[in-house]
Design a protein around this ligand. Structure first.
Ligand code: CP
Ligand code: NVA
Length: 337
């Protein structure tokens, strides 16, 4: 199957704003600045964010780790309802390096049903300036943003989206490939949170996106429909069931786990469904010569990716992990600009 949706700097820190009617517009009063979804960000804002991330990375490499920013002296609550290594550590470091103070809020207290998400948000709004949330339903983030308009809410992964990951992924692609317009990235695997945000960010950057998934695990319809609205420079979003066809012409091949957090009860069924979707040497050989291998991590060698590809010379997975820090510093800087 191949369905096509015709989906179609440099600026220093600019405030993030919702530029078109989106869920965030419906739930947040004007002026509120949150980062719930890439669908709420303009391509120009994404460009500016990537440029700021690159600038912050360079500054850090030159020894300027801790800088005075609008975040200085402010508090940021970190609320993780699912496990995390990369996102948790990089947000904590990011807040500290921008001069702020991270506060860890135990998830059983904040999201365990002790009180409503809206009431938790209204409390936090009185004490802290932003909240970084990893949870299950995207709706919870929207409730936070709606109930507490002074609170900046940042999506640190939901079942539906992982926008901070996608900003780091685009930064990694830019570093390795330069201009991304007209290039093709292939994503092989589950049409999940990571696939959604990657597809959104890539079409916004002018990249053609090929997604190969088994029947029943494709990118959600709403994300396919968004492709046309988000696309720049004629970028297209195409869905495949055959991974071998999807990777043809791709300068990068991306995969993620077959079973995401919260889906553990489905893992046997998913192992069967995804058995033909491993990214291995044979599949990489069908992509462009020298194609990059990408994964958000954590990865499972021998399942969604072979050990040889994950640990091979074109794998950029640890660059992606490093860039989570720089990307999130840029996102926070923009929210506080
Ligand atoms: N890629 C990513 O979000 O990693 P963590 O789950 O460890 O935060
Ligand atoms: N899709 C994975 C991503 C982990 C970073 C999950 O949601 O578990």
């Amino acid at each position: 199957m191949s369905r096509t949706t015709s989906a179609g700097t440099g600026a220093r820190v600019q405030p993030l704003k919702a530029a078109r009617p989106t869920r965030a517009d419906r739930t947040q009063p004007p002026g509120a600045r949150s980062f719930l979804s890439l669908a709420d960000v303009t391509p120009e804002e994404l460009d500016a964010c990537l440029a700021e991330a690159a600038r912050l990375k360079q500054a850090r490499a030159a020894g300027r780790r801790r800088v005075e920013t609008p975040l200085s002296g402010r508090h940021v609550a970190l609320l993780f309802d699912k496990p995390s290594l990369r996102t948790r550590v990089t947000f904590e470091v990011a807040v500290r390096e921008l001069g702020g103070e991270p506060i860890h809020v135990p998830s059983d207290v904040a999201l365990g049903g002790r009180e409503s998400a809206a009431d938790v948000a209204r409390n936090l709004e009185r004490w802290v300036d932003a909240v970084v949330i990893r949870t299950f339903a995207q709706q919870v983030l929207e409730e936070f943003a709606s109930a507490a308009p002074r609170l900046r809410v940042v999506n640190a992964l939901t079942d539906e989206e992982h926008p901070c990951q996608a900003v780091a992924d685009l930064l990694t692609l830019q570093e390795r490939l330069g201009t991304l317009t007209g290039r093709t990235i292939a994503y092989v695997g589950d049409g999940n949170n990571v696939a959604t945000s990657l597809a959104q960010a890539a079409v916004m950057s002018g990249m053609h996106v090929h997604l190969a998934s088994p029947e029943g695990y494709a990118l959600p319809d709403r994300v396919q429909a968004q492709g046309a609205r988000l696309s720049r420079h004629g970028a297209t979003l195409r869905l495949f069931t055959d991974a071998k066809v999807a990777v043809k012409g791709a300068c990068a091949v991306y995969t993620d786990v077959w079973t995401s957090m919260g889906q553990e009860h489905e893992s046997r069924r998913r192992e069967r469904a995804f058995a033909g979707y491993q990214v291995n040497e044979a599949l990489m050989a069908r992509a462009e010569p020298g194609a990059l291998f990408m994964h958000c991590l954590p990865a499972h060698r021998g399942e969604e990716v072979s050990a040889g590809v994950l640990d091979g010379p074109t794998s950029v997975v640890f660059d992606q992990a490093e860039n989570r820090l720089h990307a999130q510093k840029a996102i926070l800087s923009m929210l506080f600009a």
